[in-house]
Design a protein around this ligand. Sequence first.
Ligand SMILES: [Zn+2]
Length: 635
Amino acid sequence: MQKAINLKVLIILMGALIFSMYQETPAQRTKKTNKKTATVAVKSVAPTINYTVSMSKPWTHLLEVEMRLDWAAMPEKAELKMPVWTPGSYLIREYARHVEDFSANEASGNVLMWQKTNKNTWQIDAKGAKEIVVKYNVYANELTVRTNELNADHAFFNNAALLMFPKDQLNASSTVKVIPFGNWKVATGLPKVEGQTNAFRAENFDVLYDSPFEVGDFKEISFNVQGKPHRYVVEGEGEYDLQKIAADTAKIVEEGYKIFGDLPYDDYLFILNLRGGGGLEHLNSTALQWNKFGFKPESRYRDFLTLVAHEYFHLWNVKRIKPDALGPFDYENENYTKLLWVAEGGTAYYEGLLVERVGLMSDKDFLASKATQIQALQNRPGRFETSLENASFDAWIKFYRMDENAVNNQISYYDKGEVVNFLLDIEIRKASNGAKSLDDVMRYLYTEFAKKNKNYAPEDFQKIAETMAGKSLNDFFSKYVRGREEIDYNLTLNGIGLQLKTGSETELAYLGADFVQQGERLLVKQVQIGTPAYEQGLNANDQIVAMDGFRVTQTDSFAKTSEKPSDSVKDFSTRLEMKKPGDKIRLTVFRFDELRDIEITLGGRAKPDFKIAAVENPTEEQRRLYQSYMGTELK
Ligand SMILES: [Zn+2]
């Protein structure tokens, strides 16, 4: 918060604080109410929970946790539970497997007996003690946005992967005190406990588990947008310009504000680790990971900004605009929703849109990225097997566990979700003659659902989109969201004067498999259903040794386009390009260590090179709708 603060800002900030408190506990309120009516006689006293997280020997990768549980209503058998997943990453990760050296004592020091009753529950024989002290270590040696890492350089941790909760007490507030190693600094989105160093408080467990920590000797920079403080902490050396990152991020924040009309937090923290990749969204923070050399050239820096925009936009879309099952959370089981295509696909769509709107991406590049997405989708036979809603629902068993058959039986709710949100935006713009857009849908979800503490269902989303369009979109939703029909891109794109071009007319030889070079080995990565490779017996994991008796390898695409022309004679793709549709090839492969020959008659298809371009002779209306969408003239 700022030092010189005027009354108006204070009122806004207090409003935001009250709102965010109210915001984060809707169903917990319901739960409380239910409990009261159900068990009036039982005095429900909330426990006082204080955690201390230490890291005295960071090189051992052990985070040391002390949990003090002071509870007038302490059960005879107190049960502590470790979450099995963390919101935003829809896979059961079994964080309990990293817990070791568990012990429990009375505050006086008397040892308490305990036992594990299932994979993530520690049951303590509390013997009516009012206060107990639990200690355990958590092995932390995996840097991803949803796991923990502690080493000689820093600590990054997610509380869902570190701190246990008492059974049925997810409404309880708690404090976390961090004892950093040496002179390391501490950063988190949680508010500070007044008068204490490195101590923070959480209103409830949804907030606690939503607030990652970075502890280390990080670099930092702060900036304000709409009077609200924003901060980057950056861990690791890298080739980046922090001033520029802050300035460009401020523009993205401002653009988000323009859509929703407020910034619903007191402050916002960007945690950036310069290793790994990806991001995870939180209520007033985000954890980002990016390659230390990934800020140049301009196109890769733009990719970084789209990651920033993605995670930042989530503070609305998913963290506050909540799909039915996503919050309050069940930390011990899968939380199923059919809406990840909006929560993730919609956010993937807005990441590019925000960066384009602030002028950090041209409309040409924006449309080129959409064409690339469409091409990737059209290359997946899985689009006929799985709908967007089903892909969302099955995220827990499929999205994070892609295998070689995924191309044939799955789609990504990110990728197809982005495409369908893009088309939906255009449909709404077209139907409302430019008066409404997907922005209005998002804004409505924010004001009428998020701010009123309601989660939204699939029917709500369609209904709101239809309200904005001013017509039924049932055909669109039943074909492209609930169904698996081939998308008629041009039917939508033409509305704003655009068309999809899919490539040259000339047919080229086509095999229908993807490959990966691992050292000296060229392996079949996946085989698309219905292709010559699929029908004539090439398998995923076959190691291709030779084509027509001569060795082939796969040079990577960078090398292929630039420096290594001499290698191209061995390059498998280049050799295939020399063939014609109908030509026979003999592939010599190792399959399970056995050498064999496979004869394949090549098929044919036009070289896919998807582009989105202006239609011939666009009408005035098409020009106007394009202009209002992209902010530039249709060319
Ligand atoms: Zn996301």
